[in-house]
Design a binder for this molecule. Structure first.
Ligand code: PLP
Length: 375
């Protein structure tokens, strides 16, 4: 394989952020500078909010400064009883569980379903007791939780439902936006997410009564000039990040189409390997093209793949390993030994470098390496 010196020093990471058209973005920044209005629900905030409502197919959406704020404020708006329990998945990014603790609630880990890595709906009910107040599911890698069954359980026991949709920008499930399922849905627009505002996020509330509460919680609990009615926080999205996001909507569309192609190359090459599991998207859900996860045969083969790739300056990532129940703030929580699938998968999971303009030779290299260690 021929490689230029440029390619040799180029590191292939798990993702590469999309960026806005520089002329368009500069033009926006100029307007922001001239307007003397840099944050506090300004023009670009409002433009982005309107565009995202339509792109994501949701009735309402509150922009925030990051996805963690979206989770924290979204949960806060539900006013769950203090110290009540929230059933969630350990197979996610730390921010999911942290958002429960930041709300003075208690996370209870439920194992994941082997096919899609999402919270196992057959194990939720056994974890419910009189202190349970909510279920927090994660549409991990964009694979949708079993929203129908979760709603059924939540209705039966009077629980709230929160979804972490950080990996599910643009996902459509059963002809509706993924944002339409659950009481609260949190999106992240971090630089590593397919659509980014550098740092940013959004809260969708499927209860209209909650909207003004969320709006004020984002802004210190302020309701008007004379009244602060709740212990809010500052989670506002500033104008420069909003303008970046607005410009990035074009780049997002292009990147999405490119990733679709990369996805099918990976899929066609890896799907039928004997010791590699590539989870399929259910036919009723679109792929968000956020990650390309594969489950390898065992921990050893994963180390071999990682090592071999690193020799070629390719860095796949062990998302999610360790899992949340391994982290110091959570490792004394009861029931960790029941997380059989999560604890097995964390040793075998690998997220492959996945972005639109990944060089073809790197792609081939990755496919070759995985095939070699998957016999
Ligand atoms: C990225 C991410 C978050 C946090 O979002 P930030 O915007 O980085 O705060 C939360 N949950 C999951 C699953 C994520 O991947």
């Amino acid at each position: 394989m021929e490689e230029s010196s440029d390619d040799l020093i180029q590191k292939i990471l798990v993702t590469k952020p999309i960026k806005p058209n520089i002329q368009e973005f500069s033009h926006y920044v100029q307007q922001i500078i001239e307007s003397n209005w840099f944050t506090n629900f300004g023009k670009f905030h409002n433009l982005l909010q309107a565009r995202l409502k339509s792109v994501l197919g949701v009735d309402n959406l509150s922009l925030v400064n990051n996805g963690t704020s979206a989770l924290i404020v979204g949960i806060k708006s539900l006013e769950l009883p203090e110290k009540s329990e929230v059933i969630t998945t350990p197979f996610t990014f730390a921010a999911t569980c942290h958002s429960i603790i930041w709300n003075n609630l208690v996370p209870v880990f439920c194992d994941i379903e082997p096919n899609t890595f999402t919270i196992d709906v057959n194990k939720i009910e056994s974890l419910i007791n009189k202190n349970t107040s909510a279920i927090l599911g994660v549409h991990v890698y964009g694979y949708p939780c079993n929203v129908t069954k979760i709603k059924e359980i939540a209705d039966k026991y009077g629980l709230k439902v929160i979804y972490d949709a950080a990996h599910s920008f643009g996902s459509v499930l059963n002809g509706k936006s993924i944002g339409c399922y659950g009481d609260i849905v949190a999106y992240s627009f971090h630089a590593t997410k397919l659509f980014n505002t550098i740092e940013g996020g959004a809260i969708v509330s499927n209860n209209q009564n909650n909207l003004s509460k969320i709006h004020s919680l984002i802004n210190f609990g302020i309701v008007d000039q004379d009244n602060v009615n709740s212990v809010g926080i500052n989670a506002k999205l500033n104008e420069v990040c909003a303008a970046w996001g607005l410009s990035n909507l074009e780049s997002y569309k292009e990147e999405y189409e490119k990733r679709k192609k990369v996805y099918s190359i990976y899929y066609d090459s890896l799907k039928n390997l004997r010791n590699v599991y590539v989870p399929d998207f259910p036919p009723n859900c679109s792929n968000s093209f956020q990650y390309f996860p594969v489950l390898l045969k065992n921990a050893e083969s994963r180390e071999l793949v990682l090592h071999e790739l690193s020799i070629h300056n390719i860095y796949a990532r062990k998302y999610f390993s360790p899992i949340c129940s391994d982290f110091l703030p959570y490792n004394s929580i009861k029931g960790r030994e029941f997380l059989k699938v999560s604890n097995d998968y964390k040793n075998r999971i690998l997220c492959l470098p996945f972005y639109g303009d990944i060089p073809e030779h790197s792609l081939n290299n990755i496919i070759h390496t995985i095939s070699k260690f998957s016999l």
